[in-house]
Design a protein around this ligand. Structure first.
Ligand code: PMV
Length: 325
């Protein structure tokens, strides 16, 4: 396809995690039950080209070179229906989306994917919404996507995403240890639902997460790298503990090996902290000066297939507007 608007968005990694949704319908659907704080990453990107077309019978959406059906990509089509409603149009979307990172990279492509799709949909319709308003639309596709509209350190509180600090606020490198090429078996929405329904620790998580978030936010604003790292690791472990108690185990052997390697690094005096999302990959937070040596060590951990290095990066942007007639 040619023409249309091209939006670019980057994945993000949550330092304080969200896990669990509020009850809600329509626009209030997909609102996190707890606040979260993430860092948007540079280097990896989703690029989405989109135009609205009132002659199409249904949306046309291609992922890479593959045209998707409603059955193959139900979340995307439901999101595009919602975007049309929010923009007040009966036109359908013609869009193609590409990730420049592999799907099994350990980084959620849904965050950058829905962020790019939301921004492209709004701008292609001629609307100049601010980032917070676009984020509120992106959130309905995937809540973590709301944070990718902004660069640097971003929080999502209820349905509202906002900038906490710019990308250069805290020198940080994220080392993503990829532990498998296989797609995850339980999606995050289902994992959260089962955790809330079955975990004896769901309530404990819902009470603890906002406390960890508040402390992490404070440590970040104080530029306290070690405190941010400790709290990020505590948030990830508490989230997974609540999920594991419901039988939702995202980890594999290499996840445990990598977590042990990070604890070993700390015992030897290196500031390194781990976080894990709804999958088996381990993301290690280090100071940029330590990135090369820690990366070499993580590459030698049994079961770690490769390590991807990322730094805090920019929010979603528009690459090209169609030329004026
Ligand atoms: O973006 P969602 O709604 O599919 O869920 C993301 C869940 C975690 O990545 C585990 C945590 C987070 O805050 O990003």
């Amino acid at each position: 396809m040619s023409g249309g608007v091209v939006a670019i968005a980057h994945p993000n990694v949550a330092l304080s995690k969200y896990w669990g949704k509020r009850e809600g319908q329509g626009e209030e659907r997909n609102v996190p039950a707890v606040p979260s704080l993430s860092v948007t990453l540079e280097g990896l990107a989703t690029r989405t080209r989109l135009r609205w077309d009132d002659r199409l019978a249904d949306h046309r959406f291609a992922l890479g070179d593959r045209l998707q059906t409603r059955e193959q990509a139900p979340k995307v089509f439901a999101f595009l229906d919602e975007a049309a409603r929010a923009l007040g149009t009966t036109a359908r979307v013609d869009a193609e989306s590409r990730n420049d990172f592999p799907t099994a990279s350990g980084l959620a492509s849904s965050a950058s994917g829905f962020a790019a799709l939301a921004l492209a949909a709004v701008r292609a319709h001629g609307c100049d919404w601010d980032a917070a308003r676009v984020a509120d639309l992106a959130r309905r596709g995937s809540a973590s996507a709301a944070r990718s509209l902004f660069g640097g350190f971003v929080e999502l509180v209820g349905s509202e995403a906002r900038l906490v600090a710019p990308a250069d606020h805290l020198p940080l490198t994220v080392l993503v240890c990829v532990t498998t090429e296989a797609p995850k078996t339980v999606g995050s929405t289902e994992g959260m639902r089962l955790t809330m329904a079955r975990s004896p620790y769901a309530q404990a998580w819902l009470e603890q997460a906002p406390r960890l978030h508040g402390r992490l936010r404070e440590a970040l604003l104080a530029r306290d790298f070690d405190r941010v790292g400790e709290l990020a690791e505590a948030s990830a472990l508490a989230m997974h503990a609540s999920a594991i108690a419901a039988g939702i185990v995202y980890w594999n052997g290499a996840t445990l090996e990598a977590l042990a390697a990070v604890r070993g690094l700390r015992a030897a005096g290196t500031s390194a902290y781990a976080t894990v999302d709804a999958g088996p990959h381990v993301k290690v937070l280090v100071r940029p000066a330590n990135a090369a040596s820690v990366r070499a060590l993580l590459e030698a951990v049994p079961g770690v297939r490769r390590v991807i290095e990322a730094r805090p990066g920019p929010g979603a942007t528009i690459e090209a507007e169609p030329p004026c007639e």
